[in-house]
Design a protein around this ligand. Structure first.
Ligand code: UDP
Length: 237
């Protein structure tokens, strides 16, 4: 496998083509950003930690029967993935209220959401990822109705698997964002699952161990990600 040209560079990851048109390389950089790129920084070790964290979670999801784009770790900051045709929507499940839902609905951070709630957002930086509903997705053709159903089912299935995995490590999975794409017509989980795209709190103290440490200037960002990783049994070098 040969890495070729950069296809796309996002706020924290870059994507490269390979000699195989059906495979890409994801590079997890040390960059971090929040508030649509308004707050940015470079955090030592973050690329490596997120690459190995993502690999661990994607493998757990595969074991649970959820198709993901992940294939293998190539280096400390790079992984090989299947090339998907991404759908431009973000799927968010919330087990506990935090972040944008608190502002939008005037609810207190920390309340349990029973049953967990689901939201779609449009992937569009210029528009600041507005919340959308299934009718918007259908009317504007952002995804096929049957793929919308599958994305919802898979996002909740991920919740069943990961809520328990994190709970066993003394952590609450507060919320998370997933992105899906099509591979040979099948809906497959793409992008990443790392503490950059989810909220994780210590079960007892409710200490924040995710990107809110960066968003809120709490410090110890990568240290928190590593602590979560260690609790899950991930080995970082
Ligand atoms: N999220 C993400 N990327 C985004 C927006 C949200 O990974 O562009 C994640 C975020 O980390 C959190 C969940 O999705 O785990 C819900 O985010 P929320 O809507 O509360 O928005 P935020 O507070 O990040 O503005």
């Amino acid at each position: 496998m040969e890495k070729r040209e950069e296809l796309y560079s996002g706020k924290a990851k870059s994507v490269y083509t390979t000699d195989d048109p059906k495979r890409m390389v994801l590079l997890f950089r040390d960059d971090t950003s929040a508030f649509d790129g308004v707050k940015v920084d470079q955090l030592d070790r973050k690329g490596m930690v997120n690459n190995l964290f993502n690999a661990f979670i994607m493998q757990k999801l595969e074991e649970a029967g959820i198709a993901t784009h992940f294939e293998k770790v190539l280096s400390s900051q790079e992984s090989l993935v299947k090339r998907l045709d991404m759908m431009p929507v973000e799927c968010v499940v919330r087990n506990i209220a935090a972040g944008s839902i608190c502002k939008r609905l005037g609810v207190e951070e920390g309340i349990d959401l029973n049953p967990p709630t689901f939201e779609f957002f449009l992937k569009n930086d210029e528009l600041h990822d507005p919340m959308i509903n299934e009718f918007h997705i259908r009317s504007f053709g952002w995804a096929e109705p049957q793929h919308v159903e599958t994305m919802k089912e898979l996002t909740f299935k991920v919740n069943d698997v990961l809520k328990q995995l994190f709970l066993d490590a003394g952590l609450l999975l507060v919320d998370y964002k997933l992105e899906f794409g099509l591979y040979d017509g099948q809906v497959v989980l793409g992008d990443e699952f790392t503490p950059d795209g989810c909220r994780l709190w210590d079960k007892e103290t409710r200490k924040k161990l995710d990107k809110d440490r960066f968003r809120q200037g709490l410090g110890g960002v990568v240290e928190a990600y590593e602590e979560v990783g260690h609790r899950l049994g991930i080995k970082f070098d």
